[in-house]
Design a binder for this molecule. Structure first.
Ligand code: E4P
Length: 224
């Protein structure tokens, strides 16, 4: 399972890209709205692409097929490797069908059920994003639904890639990997939290303290 960062924040992308653990970035209008409005949308997307050097999903804001296709055409002019994020609505499926005919990769977003996931795949989606945290929020079991979808993909031999999205905690990452998701797209704070373990910190503290002690003893022994 690959890891993507779910953000539009340049500093977060820069920091995590340097760790060598992410292969892409997913954005959405809510994430973009959190950032400095003085930076132009296109410039921000191009900078994200430059920093991550891999997958970048850019979401459209039109709700009709023609508008979505028009936005997609504009985005791929900025950079041809763009993946266009399309909402899971009937008009969105029609846009996915059209974009897939033209060879433009799509990521169908806001998927909350196996039937929606199957429809997104059939329309020609390259990626299907299943929202775990938002399902958990309304007392549905997000991981159980992801498990069903991954099983269906195996049985049917579907080749579109499954993204575990709306990740809220490190356990979601583990469960998504166990389910067989191809990608988990993770907010910065959850990803950084998932790297930490108190035993690692304590272990390092002890190694450094013991090395200091060794140096002091060695200095003392050389004075004798
Ligand atoms: C997916 O691509 C979305 O950006 C996403 O994961 C949103 O999740 P949220 O529920 O944290 O807003």
């Amino acid at each position: 399972m690959e890891l993507y960062l779910d953000t539009a924040n340049l500093q977060e992308i820069k920091e995590v890209s340097e760790l060598g653990i992410i292969r892409g970035v997913t954005t959405n209008p809510t994430l973009l709205a959190k950032e400095d409005p003085s930076v132009d949308f296109k410039q921000r997307i191009l900078e994200i692409h430059r920093l991550v050097g891999g997958h970048v999903s850019v979401e459209v804001v039109s709700t009709d097929k023609e508008g979505m296709v028009r936005e997609a055409e504009e985005i791929v002019e900025w950079f041809p490797e763009a993946t266009i994020k399309i909402p899971m609505i009937p008009q969105g499926l029609a846009a996915v069908k059209e974009l897939s005919k033209r060879g433009i990769p799509t990521n169908v977003t806001l998927v909350f059920s196996a039937t929606q996931a199957i429809a997104a795949h059939q329309a020609g989606a390259s990626y299907v994003s299943i929202f775990l945290g938002r399902l958990d929020d309304i007392a549905y079991d997000g991981i159980a639904i992801l498990n069903d979808i991954c099983e269906i993909w195996d049985v049917q031999g579907y080749d579109s890639l499954i993204i575990a999205a709306s990740i809220r905690n490190p356990l979601h990452i583990i469960e998504a990997a166990r389910a067989g998701a191809d990608i988990a797209t993770i907010p910065y704070n959850v990803l950084m939290q998932s790297l930490k373990n108190p035993l690692t910190d304590r272990g390092l503290e002890n190694f450094l303290r013991d090395y200091d002690r060794y140096l002091t003893e060695r200095q003392k022994s050389m004075l004798i």
